[in-house]
Unconditional design. Structure first.
Length: 186
């Protein structure tokens, strides 16, 4: 678990990274005063919202980079590289709200029968990853809460995010992973 100060540090870095990249096309350096904890590898996502509507969301589900480096990269990608949206302009930067989600390592959800997922996944606590072959979809824990989904709707929407049919979670060759996220919001 990160402290509130560490979370606020990541939020500040995310905003600075976006603003600097859009304005000067430069990637900021990792600040010298970065807390040691944030130099540890962590999965992170940066979500951008404008007028309470999604404006970009990109991240690393696995802990492959130090948290501070990952936040810099995915903040810029969320603002300029999310294929669902056009790149942000400088005027928009002041009008977006930034969320940084720090993730635990995804773990496979073991079940004997697909209906058992309904008892093993907790809406509001778990984020989901659904994987089948080359298809993979991820939804952060807060998404199910924001849309008022139950576990079944959360599973179905994660399947669709992966580009699969909504009921694919019943299939034998599907892998379902869950993770927790500590969410920091501006």
């Amino acid at each position: 678990m990160l402290s509130a100060d560490e979370g606020n540090f990541l939020l500040k870095i995310a905003r600075e990274a976006i603003k600097t990249y859009i304005k000067d096309k430069k990637v900021i350096e990792v600040p010298e005063d970065t807390p040691r904890t944030l130099k540890e590898n962590m999965g992170v996502f940066v979500t951008l919202n404008k007028n309470k509507m999604l404006r970009g969301c990109i991240g690393y589900p696995e802990p492959i980079k130090p948290a501070v480096n990952a936040v810099i990269e995915v903040a810029i990608s969320s603002a300029t590289g999310d294929p669902r949206f056009p790149p942000m302009n400088l005027d928009e930067v002041e009008n977006v709200e930034i969320d940084v989600s720090v993730l635990t390592r995804p773990e496979i959800v073991e079940v004997e029968m697909p209906k058992d997922y309904l008892n093993k996944i907790k809406v509001g606590e778990d984020g989901l990853i659904i994987e089948k072959g080359l298809y993979k979809g991820l939804l952060l824990p807060q998404v199910a809460v924001e849309w008022n989904w139950d576990v079944e709707a959360f599973l179905c929407n994660t399947c669709m995010k992966a580009g699969l049919t909504p009921d694919c979670w019943y299939e034998d060759d599907i892998r379902v992973y869950r993770f927790k996220a500590q969410i920091f919001q501006e």
